[in-house]
Design a protein around this ligand. Structure first.
Ligand SMILES: C[S@@+](CC[C@H](N)C(=O)[O-])C[C@H]1O[C@@H](n2cnc3c(N)ncnc32)[C@H](O)[C@@H]1O
Length: 230
């Protein structure tokens, strides 16, 4: 278990969503809704949002769940999960405290697995990320859908440089000011510019066993949604 990352998320639950909205000028809300719209087309009876944090994505998923669909959400941070239980759909979501390295679900359980803005946290190395993706693959039913929403790298050099400059100048001061957590937003501003391009992430998904990998770039590639099938 990554105690450093767990400690960071214990510091930010109350202000986490506000900082995201401020730093992305509200685009995170649109991106999340878009990812959920893609995800819920999968249908089925068992949906899981991993690294759910304060539960925004799980909450939106639940808005689309019919009475036969159970929505599950996991995270290894108790303070973040506690915040998630306060969401409007909190009582309808089955929460579990667990590390993605070893999810407490049998093989072939879920029709849908989603993750938003947490894949960077799982990327302590490419091998570690692949093993997390393999864990998601294990618990998906054959034909099940994995949807991944994460920051990415703009394709065009100038836009990429401007994006990295924005991250360098604003993320740490604004994030720290609103949340009071220096470590959390230093970590965010360090990891975004180093994360994979959309194509690289697609090839990691394929190497982890996923098929039919597609991606959608948003805001010139500052963020992307990857979808792939077991
Ligand atoms: C940046 S937040 C994203 C939260 C939420 N998915 C969202 O869209 O806002 C990352 C979350 O991933 C969780 N996390 C990071 N590494 C994890 C791991 N190995 N196992 C379980 N949860 C993890 C953190 O506790 C945190 O709540």
């Amino acid at each position: 278990m990554n105690k450093g990352i767990q400690k960071i998320f214990a510091e930010v639950p109350k202000t986490y969503e506000l900082v995201n909205h401020v730093l992305t000028f509200g685009f995170d809300i649109l991106w999340r809704k878009k990812a959920v719209k893609i995800a819920v087309h999968q249908g089925g009876t068992h949906w899981l949002d991993v690294c759910t944090g304060t539960g925004e994505t799980a909450n939106y998923l639940t808005n689309h769940a019919n009475t036969n669909t159970k929505v599950y959400a996991t995270d290894f941070s108790l303070p973040m999960l506690t915040e998630a239980t306060q969401k409007p759909n909190g009582k309808r979501i089955h929460f579990t405290l667990s590390d993605v390295k070893q999810l407490p679900f049998p093989d072939n359980t879920f029709d849908l697995v989603t993750i938003s803005f947490a894949t960077r946290n799982l990327n302590t190395s490419r091998e570690t990320l692949e093993s997390s993706f393999r864990e998601f693959h294990r618990i998906l039913k054959p034909g099940g859908l994995f949807v991944n929403l994460e920051t990415s790298q703009p394709q065009f050099f100038i836009i990429r440089k401007l994006f990295h400059l924005f991250i360098k100048i604003f993320v740490k001061p604004i994030g720290s000011l609103i949340s009071g957590s220096n470590a959390g937003y230093a970590y965010l501003s360090r990891t975004i510019p180093r994360f994979y391009s959309t194509e690289e992430l697609a090839s990691i998904l394929k190497a982890s066993g996923f098929q039919n990998v597609y991606f959608t770039r948003m805001l010139f590639g500052a963020a992307a949604i990857h979808q792939s099938l077991k």
